[in-house]
Design a protein around this ligand. Structure first.
Ligand SMILES: Nc1ncnc2c1ncn2[C@@H]1O[C@H](COP(=O)(O)OP(=O)(O)OP(=O)(O)O)[C@@H](O)[C@H]1O
Ligand SMILES: Cc1cn([C@H]2C[C@H](O)[C@@H](COP(=O)(O)O)O2)c(=O)[nH]c1=O
Length: 218
């Protein structure tokens, strides 16, 4: 890869995203890439403060949407865009697809307004009007909500989202499927119900076939 590359990780809570980000960063660094690992909501001091509010304070759907996009704007300006401009690979645990899945499909918030905010917040002033910053590839960890819930049953104290019921996560899962159907070239569906090793192999295969990782991988 000559220039910077943006890879996002998506899926419902418990799908297994976080388990693969550090190993992928290690594999990319071993092949000479400079990698920035980050997350949403969060990634900057300001965005992490908004993350705490989002995960723990009660608020309505519009407030949630505005805070998520506010965090994203700061994250893009201060972390993602500068890293890409330096030619780095950015690995981001969640991005705007999560907003369409959680606030759109999960909460029932207007996808039209989400799309407008996406255009505003992710606008790239130096490029033609319609061009916005999107991940170059989105690794979608697809998993039935019941399986994800079973994985999290003994996990940490649930936050506002993890405490929601399976009907919510069924809507979120469908929201991801709908988003993937709208952008099939960007999304790579990973069957996250397989073993961690099998999921890792799916992930590697997706990046090797795009020329971002060499074949030789553990
Ligand atoms: N393929 C897998 N099979 C079984 N368990 C898994 C698998 N992948 C991850 N897990 C386990 O499921 C739990 C959640 O994994 P992880 O934190 O990576 O998910 P996540 O998608 O990042 O969740 P969240 O979005 O809530 O942070 C962990 O206990 C992890 O060990
Ligand atoms: C970016 C983004 C995130 N969320 C939700 C999804 C998760 O439940 C939490 C983040 O927790 P994680 O363990 O770090 O994945 O935030 C959301 O509702 N909308 C978004 O845009």
């Amino acid at each position: 890869m000559a220039s910077g590359f943006f890879i996002s990780f998506e899926g419902i809570d418990g799908a297994g995203k976080s388990s693969h980000i550090a190993p992928l960063a290690k594999a990319l660094r071993a092949q000479g890439h400079v990698v920035t690992v980050t997350r949403e909501p969060g990634g900057t001091a300001l965005a992490e403060k908004l993350r705490t509010l989002l995960l723990h304070d009660e608020m309505d759907a519009l407030t949630e949407v505005l805070l998520v996009f506010a965090a994203r704007r700061d994250h893009l300006r201060c972390v993602i865009e500068p890293a890409l401009a330096r030619g780095e690979v950015v690995l981001c645990d969640r991005f705007t697809d999560a907003t369409f899945a959680y606030q759109g499909a999960g909460r029932g918030f207007s996808p039209t307004i989400l799309a407008l905010l996406e255009q505003w917040v992710q606008a790239q002033p130096d490029l033609p009007d319609s061009t916005i910053r999107q991940p170059d590839v989105t690794l979608w960890f697809d998993l039935p909500p019941a399986v994800a819930a079973a994985r999290l049953v003994d996990a940490r104290q649930p936050d506002r989202f993890e405490a929601l019921n399976q009907d919510f996560f069924a809507r979120v899962a469908q929201g991801y499927a709908d988003r993937a159907a709208q952008d099939p070239h960007r999304f790579v569906r990973l069957d996250a119900a397989q073993t961690p090793t099998a999921v890792w192999r799916q992930l590697l295969a997706a990046l090797v076939c795009r020329g971002w990782l060499d074949e030789a991988q553990p």
